[in-house]
Structures are given as C-alpha cells and as structure tokens.
Design a protein around this ligand. Sequence first.
Ligand SMILES: C[S@@+](CC[C@H](N)C(=O)[O-])C[C@H]1O[C@@H](n2cnc3c(N)ncnc32)[C@H](O)[C@@H]1O
Length: 200
Amino acid sequence: MSTIEISNYYDSTENSATREDLIFALDEVKGSKTAIDCGCGAGSDIAYLRSKDFTVYAFDIEKESISRCSERFKDDDNVLLSTDSFSTFNYPDASLVVADASLFFCFEKDFESVWEKITNSLIKDGIFCGSFLGPKDTMAGPDYDKEAFWSDTLVMNEAKIREKLKSYEILKWSEHDLSGETSDGKPHHWHIFSLVARKI
Ligand SMILES: C[S@@+](CC[C@H](N)C(=O)[O-])C[C@H]1O[C@@H](n2cnc3c(N)ncnc32)[C@H](O)[C@@H]1O
C-alpha cells in the first residue's frame, strides 16, 4: 500500500509540466507511435504522449499509480496499463521508451536484464528518454527516507551510464547537480543524469 508521502507525490505530479527532454524525444521518433512509460506514477507523461497520438503501454509497481491512471484514462483504449515491476513487465515493441525518475528504483540485481529488455523492446532507431540517479543525490545517501518512499535506490555514475549506452547514439545529455528544497520544504541535493538516446 502506498504511503501518505507517495500519495502526496502523485497529487503534486499528476499535472507536471512536460519536460524539455520528452518534447525533444518525441521529435526524434520516426515511424510508428508506440511508447512504453516505465514507472508511470500519476500519468503526466502518459497524458502528454496521448496528446501527441502515441499508443501508450504504461506500468508501475504501485497499485495506487495504476488505479489513478486507470481512472484518469478510463475512456482511452490507447492507454494500456499494468501493475508490474521493471522485471515482470512484458515489453512490447516500441519506438519510444520513457523512464523518468523511475529507474532510480530498479533493484540493482535486476538492472542488467531490465536494461536488456528495454533495449530489445526498442525498434531500430527507437528512442530512450529517461533519467538516472547520480551518487551526490540526497536519495543516494543516509538522509533518504526509505520508509516513506521506494526503499531501493539504484545509483549510477556517468561512466556506468555511458557504458550502458554503447548500442545507442546519445542525442541529448544533461547533468543536474543542485541544492534546494523539496515541495514539502525539506533540503535536498539533486544529482540526476537525464538523457535522450537513439538505439543504433
Ligand atoms: C519518482 S516516481 C516518477 C513517476 C513518473 N515517471 C513521473 O515522472 O512523474 C517513480 C515511480 O517509479 C515507480 N517504481 C518504483 N519502483 C519500481 C519498480 N521496481 N518497477 C516499476 N516501477 C517502479 C514508483 O511507484 C513511482 O511511481
């Protein structure tokens, strides 16, 4: 069952502004418009993808995410939802895979096979648009509240991410390294690598 913090997080992100990376990624998609949203949360990326006429397969490990999205997209046959983890999801062929702030929580032991599944699901020239948690992020250290949020974090440094992208052409790469406060006023350091890459 979701914690109150997770419910609050979904409330605050259900209508998030679309990230520049996702807008950029959609412009790079050629051919069929089929996307997978991995760890779809409250569904803001699904809504954007649907506004651009993509068929969207979306999954999340949290039942609350999928029940919110089921209600939100209940009249839309082109949103296909499932309660799944990165490793249990059955990845269809796709021209776009989105994983924003979600691979942060893939179990480390599963990551190699999950990454292989993501790569295999992308058709040739397919686009990956996602983010990875860097080692300086508060969530990578002892101050991260594992009781309130998802307990396992997968921390990746730049070299490791680039190594995973050998069969991709990197189209856009950003490193966010900044301090501030979360929406509930707690100090936080963000260290996030966001990228858009094309499968070669
Ligand atoms: C920080 S939220 C991001 C949600 C959404 N992508 C967004 O940008 O608003 C992370 C999401 O990943 C999901 N998640 C965590 N661990 C997961 C796992 N092992 N498999 C699939 N989804 C997972 C969480 O339930 C949560 O909805």
